[in-house]
Design a protein around this ligand. Structure first.
Ligand code: B1M
Length: 209
């Protein structure tokens, strides 16, 4: 199957065909990174653009997301194959009010593949839940993801709560997600920002070396 065809299957929400297409690319020795960066992620960008232009609506976006997840599920075992040394522990989640899961999950999987123990709190995670996880798991890094401009302030709220409760200095805070920028990360008092999953792995490693 051609890359363009697989992208189209993701956009149209054809999960089985997406899975098959990704398998075929792997068989043809295309790298995991290339499949993610050149096939799956660009497909979701098209979905977002179509939604923005009112050409598709939430149900279609949801079905496309399922196809994307089916494609990523094929790659997951390969990403997790790791001979890397233990790097430390990361608590990660999508902030309160935000249900976008795919990018955060990709970051979590790549971190696991790079030797991190990852505690994924899921989506719509309240500041109090991040706080509780920091106290309980004592991670080296807390990762906050947001895909909506309306939920970005909840990153600040989470960091503020960590400060109020006296645990902010015990962890590195990394923020990311499509609308998040380096400037925003500085403004809310995060220690780092990553634009994509690869950069997230690099930033986390830099925190602990
Ligand atoms: Co929504 N959505 N969505 N959506 N959605 C966006 C984000 C949007 C940009 C679409 C658009 O308008 N063009 C828009 C946000 C506008 C804005 O705020 N600026 C939007 C909207 C408006 C909404 C709703 C409000 C729609 C509605 O109901 N009217 C609604 C909100 C629901 C809620 O959260 N409360 C909504 C719902 C949904 C679905 C549930 C249908 C579905 C999500 C399903 C799921 O996740 N299980 C969905 C989807 C699929 C999207 C788009 C199309 C794709 C997101 C995605 O998965 N991308 C998205 C458009 C777009 O992004 N272009 C859109 C692929 C993924 C690999 O990339 O998530 O960016 P991304 O993650 C990257 C980086 O950002 C980074 O690394 C990842 C991997 O490289 N990264 C981190 C992410 N987290 C990180 C954390 C880090 C570091 C890096 O450190 C901790």
């Amino acid at each position: 199957m051609l890359r363009e065809e697989i992208r189209e299957h993701v956009i149209l929400g054809h999960a089985t065909e997406t899975e098959t297409g990704v398998q075929e690319l792997l068989t043809a020795q295309v790298s995991v990174d290339e499949i993610i960066q050149q096939v799956l992620v660009p497909a979701m960008a098209v979905v977002g653009e179509k939604f923005r232009r009112n050409e598709i609506f939430v149900p279609e976006m949801l079905i496309a997301a399922r196809a994307m997840q089916a494609g990523l599920a094929v790659l997951e075992p390969l990403i997790l194959q790791t001979g890397r040394q233990y790097m430390g522990r990361v608590v990660i989640g999508t902030v309160k009010g935000d249900l976008h899961d795919i990018g955060k999950k990709l970051v979590a999987t790549m971190l696991q593949g790079a030797g991190w123990e990852v505690i994924d709190l899921g989506v719509d995670v309240a500041p109090e839940k991040f706080l509780q996880a920091v106290k309980e798991h004592k991670p080296e890094v807390v990762g906050l993801s947001a895909l909506l401009t309306t939920t970005m302030p909840n990153m600040k709220a989470t960091i503020e709560l960590l400060k109020e409760e006296g645990v902010r200095d015990q962890v590195h805070v990394m923020v990311g997600g499509a609308p998040v920028t380096e400037k925003f990360a500085k403004e809310v008092g995060a220690d780092g920002f990553a634009a994509d999953a690869g950069e997230a792995v690099e930033k986390c490693a830099a925190f602990v070396v």
